[in-house]
Design a protein around this ligand. Sequence first.
Ligand code: V0V
Ligand code: CO
Length: 140
Amino acid sequence: MLLRIDHVGIACHNLEEKIEFYETTFGLTVVSREVNEEQGVKEAMLHVTDAPSGASYVQLLEPLHPDTAVGKFLAKRGEGVHHIGYGVADVTQALQDIAAKGIKLIDERPRHGSMGASIAFLHPKDVGGVLTELVETARH
Ligand code: V0V
Ligand code: CO
């Protein structure tokens, strides 16, 4: 079901500062920036590598307001890894298969994600404390 690690989502207070850090420390390049009002974030995707099943990224996330998923996470836990995004071929089918195993879904249907992807989150309480995102890459 899982094709690759699409991205690691990292919560931060200051997006521009963290982009600069990842560029200078690891030589990564920003390939996309977006404000996603529905998710309450300003985010940037930094390309790590390409694989036959698709690319992998680091996703840096700054909250738009304190009362958002990432804003609450920062207040409780501070900066750090916020979620893992796995590539899937068909996010609607994957959600159906995972729900049938009794795992709690945050999203019953796919939402708009970075770079036109269709995304959906699974609840961390049912995934061993890991906020898990499914990512179906946009078709070109
Ligand atoms: C919260 N919890 C987490 C967590 N955030 N556990 C692991 N990883 C995280 N990131 C735990 C928290 O410690 C609490 O545990 C419990 O869940 C309830 O947390 P809360 O602070 O009361 O917050 P809630 O319940 O209001 O919201 C938590 C959830 C929320 C996970 C439901 O953050 C959510 O809906 N996330 C999905 C959307 C999202 O994260 N969007 C931003 C990325 P205790 O204290 O009860 O033990 S957007 C993105 O990735 C995009 C656009 C993309 O990739 O394209
Ligand atoms: Co993400």
